[in-house]
Ligand binder design. Sequence first.
Ligand code: ADP
Ligand code: MG
Length: 337
Amino acid sequence: MGYIRLMDEPLSNKIAAGEVVERPASVVKELVENALDAGGTVVEVLLEEAGLMRVQVIDNGSGMDREDAVLSFARHATSKITNEHDLFRIRTLGFRGEALASIASVSKVMLHTSDGESGTLIRSEGSTITEERAASLRKGTDIAVEQLFFNTPARLKYMKTLQTELGHVIDLMNRFALSCPAVSFRLVHGGKVLLETAGSGDIRRVLADIYGMQVARKMVPFEGGTHDYKVTGYASLPEITRANKNYISVFVNGRWVKQYAAARAVQKAYHTFLPIDRHPIVVLNIEGDPYLTDVNVHPSKQQIRLSKEGELMQLIEQAIGTAIRSAVRAPAVEKKP
Ligand code: ADP
Ligand code: MG
């Protein structure tokens, strides 16, 4: 008689949740990614108690029909990839098909979604669907995640102060806004609006919304390209500095990533301009064939492996360095946001 047993789905979901759902900001990240993948252009995030009591994300995207709405809670259920080949051609933010299953396993979820033809409401509690019924038609998706970690007390205990958790969400929402200037984002905590962007497509306006008008005026555009990569973005003039590197935002094909090599390349571009302990504000968009950018590294999808990294780093350093040098020489390039 063997001792090995296959886990049931609620158990394996909870294990996956350990990696995917680290804190309230992880829930916001996965839900907003879904909203964007669904083509949402208006995305609203409502929080109670920094998201621990409630994270609600409302989008005006494609919505789902009833069958998909039920299936979306299942582990490894995704509309974004179908075969191994697709795994190397990922253009969506999601692809693992495990975020909703993981989130639902450690919280109470209410999903209201409509594709314009039917409307569906689903409630679930710790991986179990408790209610499923027809609901009103309003194209898009409204999903509320309540009592996060209610059934995983150890993780709940590990949460930092509400202020810290909220800080992570604000930071994350700022990055979404910077990477998608054409989407209107709204972040509300306990009734207070913390971020609101117009969704006009103008990145300068987003820079002003997040960093203030004064700073936005002192950021210059840069661009560069090789056969494999294209880099674009905005970089602060040397007179604007910050005490840490958190103001360097790196996006690869629209995804906010922790790409330390790219952040180092940015800093190298500034090395003759800034003292060693001061850092710039930079929004760096890297575009490349998905074939060169492997996101299948960690469930949180924030780490990424890049082919031809050396070539890319040189490109970044050069594009930003050139833009700053010419702006410093000719300060008249400053443009009003
Ligand atoms: P993934 O995003 O990796 O596919 P998820 O668990 O996050 O996995 O979501 C599962 C599926 O549910 C998605 O592939 C998508 O088809 C559907 N879905 C989730 N959220 C939304 C949404 N806001 N609008 C439309 N469809 C959604
Ligand atoms: Mg997803």
